[in-house]
Structure formats: C-alpha cells, structure tokens
Design a protein around this ligand. Structure first.
Ligand SMILES: [Zn+2]
Length: 241
C-alpha cells in the first residue's frame, strides 16, 4: 500500500546504486540502464558496504517464518531475541534464529528497507512481508545489495571531502527555493533531492539566473529537469529580485 511505498522511497537515501534506476524500477520500469551518469550516486559514488549476506539472512528468515511477519519480528528472530511470540511460534528452533550478530545487527533495518525498495519484499495488507519478484536473485547471490555507510558517518565524510559549502542559514532566496522544491517533491511524491540537490539550490541563490539558458548552466541541472522545473524556480528567483 501507500505506506510501504513511502517506506521504500525512504530507502533511496540508504542505497548506493543509481538513484534514477532504483526510482524507475520502483515505478515498474524494469529496463532502466544500470547507471544514469547524472544522479549523485553515479557522479560521486558513496562509500558502500556490501550487505548481501544480511539481505540473504533476512529473506531466509522471512521465508522460514511463513512470509507473514513484519520487519520488527523478523529482526528479533535474526537477533535471537527470545519472546513469548517466537517461543509460541516455534521459531527459536529455526536455523535463522540468532544468525545475525555484532556489527551486522545495525544493518537489518536498512536492509529491510532496501529489499522493499528493490521489490524483493512486499508488505501485504496485514503488514507481513512477502517475497517480491527480485527476491530470488538476491537469495541465490546473483544480485548483490549494497548500502551506503550509516547516515551520520556518511554526512561527516561528505562534508569534509567535497568541501561542500554549508547551506546559507536564513538566506531568504535559498529558503524560498527550498520551499518550492518541497512543494514540487510533495506533488511528485519523491524525496526533495530527487528534484534538485542542495548544492544546486545554493548555486541558484548565489547566481540568480534570469533565464532558462542561464539556469541550465548551473551544474546538476540537466535538460529534462530544466524543462520540468526550470520555470518554477525561475519564478522564485524573479519574485525575490
Ligand atoms: Zn544514476
């Protein structure tokens, strides 16, 4: 349902693959190219961890518990947390009980979100997880699953490395551009960065382009986005002038 879809979109943040490919695949376009060459993950591949083994363990636990439980329960099984429920269900005797430990534990929830996003898992009407069409290849190890490093570390690393400017706090034009981006993102039901990244908005705020041509010269604005969103952002810049 809608909730599962939004949860899955949230997982975009945690995936290391091409964001465009993931989005397109999510909306049913299965023949999207491996790499778009234009999203931030393609342009600047993030440090990723291979979470394929945890993904296999997760899918295995979903399968062995009968494809009727949610993320929380599967996680507790993988971690070997004994509960009345797991005892009653006889799940503590399964080979997957307590199979995840140490650092891998922190990967369970992001892996679950990534599996939903990849359509390897689907949430049924009762919140239980079932296999989707992409489950098999991951189970068999034919497809890998990478996650970017946990958000806190990732953010630090990025800021340090790229020398990325901090967002101008309280700069009215920048805030107005962000507000417009938020509206467009809500309209399209995508995360704001899918519209434009902060860096693009920063450049818009400092360069104040007055035409589509000038706007198109800002790095990170391709022709399709220029066409789709150019006028909306030019209007904000004009109004602020
Ligand atoms: Zn891409």
């Amino acid at each position: 349902g809608e909730r599962a879809r939004l949860t899955a979109l949230g997982a975009l943040v945690e995936t290391a693959g091409c964001r465009r490919r993931i989005l397109l695949r999510h909306f049913g376009e299965s023949d999207a190219p491996e790499i778009c060459g234009n999203c931030d993950n393609c342009l600047n591949p993030p440090a990723a961890v291979d979470a394929s083994v945890v993904a296999q363990k997760f899918l295995s636990a979903v399968f062995r518990t009968g494809m009727m439980f949610g993320v929380g329960y599967i996680e507790s099984i993988l971690l070997g947390a004994s509960t009345e429920r797991s005892l009653m269900n006889g799940h503590e005797k399964l080979s997957v009980f307590g199979i995840v430990e140490g650092e891998e534990a922190a990967l369970i929830k992001p892996v679950a979100r990534a599996l939903l996003l990849r359509d390897a898992l689907r949430a049924n009407a009762h919140g239980g997880l079932e296999f989707g069409p992409a489950a098999k290849a991951i189970m068999k190890g034919e497809e890998s699953l990478s996650l970017v490093l946990p958000p806190k570390r990732e953010r630090k690393g990025r800021r340090g490395k790229a020398g990325g400017a901090a967002n101008p706090v309280g700069e009215p034009l920048f805030e107005a551009l962000r507000a417009r981006r938020r509206e467009l993102a809500m309209e399209a039901q995508v995360p704001p960065y899918v519209i434009f990244h902060d860096s693009v908005l920063r450049d818009m705020a400092s360069e104040k382009p007055g035409s589509l041509d000038a706007l198109g010269r800002i790095s990170g604005i391709g022709s399709r986005k220029l066409e789709a969103y150019g006028d909306a952002f030019l209007q904000v810049i004009r109004e602020a002038a």
